[in-house]
Design a protein around this ligand. Structure first.
Ligand SMILES: Cc1cc2nc3c(=O)[nH]c(=O)nc-3n(C[C@H](O)[C@H](O)[C@H](O)COP(=O)(O)OP(=O)(O)OC[C@H]3O[C@@H](n4cnc5c(N)ncnc54)[C@H](O)[C@@H]3O)c2cc1C
Length: 406
């Protein structure tokens, strides 16, 4: 299927491709080896992106721009078909991750925390926090897949909330300007009491404990924090401070409907890079891929390559659908999880099979395939693991609550 890029996003995609080719790829190995050192080349890039954003040329190039679908107001009234910020972000991120997913994850002002802000912030908060580099801190030692188990507390004291607890594995946590922290107003009231709070990175109550050493995406910093009487203005609570048991988790969970398709898009980008490089290496080895021949008439490597490509296409289409639904204000929780599950699994599978197809060349440091196979795994893990996405899909299809299907 040839799903064309909307004309209005062609420039965005070509700019993102240029950045991926000229800045990300040449620096891929450097920051993979030099973990925890800040990729200063990206500062210059951030300035260019800001300039293009101001001119309206690159609106939606990254996670910073997604939200509830801020497409054209006129089309919204008509109820027409919109390709808005979610599709734009998806296309931009996919292209950048074709370059390097670790560098994308540490690109200034592209943190997934902005998606959380866009999903639940009011106008005044959007004015204060919009456009800043924001990380997202949900995970705790006792709360990974089960975010309802969050123990970090937020206690209202006068005009401030005091946050206390521990947050681990925060992507861009040390480099971002803001951290969106999930904390509970009252543990006894369960999920409904969990709210998100914006904390400035330089708040003295937000104490950096350590940076992780990782298998992949080593250009991206992953921080662990202690929150110790971390005081923030009460206006930094995103959304409503009311605890509404009927609404349950929906407020904060809306974030995932926007971010999961983006993470799926990152997986699509990395795996496309794997496929393209493998195709080149196969061609150098004399393996021809002939789309006019049925799979059983091809050499085995070509047949396997075609099978991977079709799986990749299925993942891409699901991902586009989930982002398109977000742009068109259609409930997309089911599709967002389907896309994340399919793209995460497919991309991990493709990366390892490409390494296998290319043998020792694929496994060696002379090729980026080796690095992509390490980088890609995280995309099937964070923003909800493979198993958790399948659980969400099953709940939705069977009409079961999280209490009924665990
Ligand atoms: C590099 C990196 C960056 C990260 N960035 C961020 C970030 O920016 N912000 C943030 O908040 N978090 C982040 N995380 C955390 C990530 O989201 C969690 O690791 C993830 O949610 C899984 O939680 P866990 O590690 O505690 O695993 P667990 O929840 O303990 O799960 C362990 C295993 O059990 C499976 N499992 C758990 N429950 C079920 C179930 N009910 N049914 C079936 N299987 C189940 C899981 O799928 C997994 O395979 C990051 C993690 C990494 C590694």
């Amino acid at each position: 299927m040839n799903l064309e890029t909307p004309k209005k996003f062609e420039f965005l995609v070509s700019q993102a491709h240029q950045v991926a080719t000229e800045i990300f790829r040449p620096n891929s190995r450097k920051y993979d080896g030099d973990e925890h050192s800040y990729p200063k080349e990206l500062d210059m890039l951030a300035a260019v992106i800001d300039g293009m954003n101001e001119g309206g040329a690159l609106s939606g190039a990254g996670a910073g721009a997604v939200g509830s679908g801020n497409g054209s107001k006129a089309k919204e009234k008509e109820g027409g078909n919109r390709n808005g910020s979610n599709i734009a972000s998806l296309l931009g991120l996919t292209e950048l991750c074709w370059g390097d997913v670790g560098l994308l994850l540490t690109m200034p002002r592209q943190g997934l925390g902005q998606a959380a802000i866009a999903a639940v912030a009011d106008e005044e908060q959007l004015g204060r926090f919009g456009g800043k580099w924001a990380a997202m801190a949900i995970t705790e030692p006792e709360a990974g897949s089960d975010s309802a188990a969050i123990r970090t507390t937020a206690t209202l004291e006068g005009d401030e909330y005091a946050l206390n607890g521990e947050k681990i594995f925060v992507t861009a946590g040390d480099r971002a300007e803001l951290i969106v922290v999930w904390a509970t107003l009252d543990r006894k009231q369960g999920r409904a009491a969990i709210k998100s709070f914006v904390v400035e990175r330089d708040n003295p109550g937000l104490i950096l404990e350590r940076l992780e050493h990782k298998l992949g995406i080593r250009a991206s910093d992953t921080a662990n924090f202690r929150l110790e009487n971390c005081r923030i203005p009460k206006e930094n609570l995103l959304g409503s401070p009311e605890i509404e048991p009927k609404r349950g988790f929906t407020g904060v969970m809306q974030t995932f409907d926007n971010t999961r398709p983006l993470v799926a898009g990152m997986a699509i980008g990395v795996s496309r890079a794997c496929l393209e490089r493998t195709r080149e290496l196969l061609a150098e080895a004399g393996v021809e891929i002939d789309y006019d021949l049925p799979p059983h008439s091809q050499v085995a490597a070509a047949s396997e390559f075609i099978a991977m490509e079709s799986d990749w296409e299925a993942a891409r289409l699901l991902t586009m659908q989930a982002a398109w639904m977000a742009d068109n204000k259609k409930p997309n929780s089911l599709q967002a999880s389907m896309a994340k599950a399919k793209a995460g699994r497919t991309a991990t599978d493709i990366a390892l099979r490409c390494v296998a197809l290319c043998g020792s060349i694929g496994y060696g440091e002379g090729e980026l395939l080796e690095k992509w196979a390490r980088d890609v795994k995280i995309l099937d893990l964070f923003e909800g693991t493979q198993q958790i996405q399948l659980l969400i899909v099953a709940r939705q299809l069977l009409g079961k609550t999280s209490a009924e299907l665990k």
